[in-house]
Design a protein. Structure first.
Length: 181
């Protein structure tokens, strides 16, 4: 009986830790998106370069696909809801959830657990067309025009490139910390 209680208590602690960790990742993505962003004057709708993408990539590499998908979807979706980008929140939830999941899935494939810089870089690059496609389709539907969304692509690419430039070295450094090994 005592082994069952101990096992149950261990599972409860693990679930609590996972909930706290995921909540912290959501907060980090949200804050990095909110406080560290630059609006680009490239289209009527503008565009936004922010460090939330870097934080999403870091979360994906350090913690895998599930936590990253939730952190990206909720963190950046919340940003959209509290800013002037409210209309974009549902699309951001889909685009960034998929992006976090893809990066985490590739970075953690075959037992790598985010330890291969080459696969981490590949993962971030592979996720970009998916994010671009989701936003492109959503903009096309919203504007009723399939040409206008092309103007958002350069800003989204810049945002992802900045995210990669920041995330890959930061994640590599953090992977050397015993907690993340």
């Amino acid at each position: 009986m005592q082994n069952t209680q101990s096992y149950s208590s261990s599972i409860s602690r693990t679930r609590t830790f996972d909930l706290i960790l995921t909540s912290m990742l959501i907060a980090l993505v949200f804050v990095a998106t909110l406080l560290l962003n630059i609006k680009l004057p490239i289209t009527a709708n503008g565009g936004l370069v922010h460090l939330g993408t870097a934080m999403l990539f870091i979360a994906s590499i350090l913690f895998g696909p599930k936590k990253a998908a939730i952190a990206g979807a909720v963190g950046m979706g919340l940003f959209d809801l509290v800013s002037n980008w409210t209309l974009w929140a549902p699309f951001t939830i889909v685009a960034r959830g998929l992006q976090g999941y893809i990066v985490g899935k590739i970075a953690w494939s075959n037992g790598r657990n985010g330890n291969s810089v080459a696969f981490n870089l590949l993962a971030t690059i592979v996720s970009i067309p998916v994010m671009l496609a989701v936003y492109y389709l959503c903009e096309g539907v919203l504007y009723g025009n399939w040409i206008a969304p092309v103007a958002s692509i350069p800003g989204n690419i810049v945002q992802n490139v900045v995210g990669i430039i920041v995330a890959i070295p930061v994640a590599s450094a953090l992977k050397k910390v015993p907690f993340f090994k």
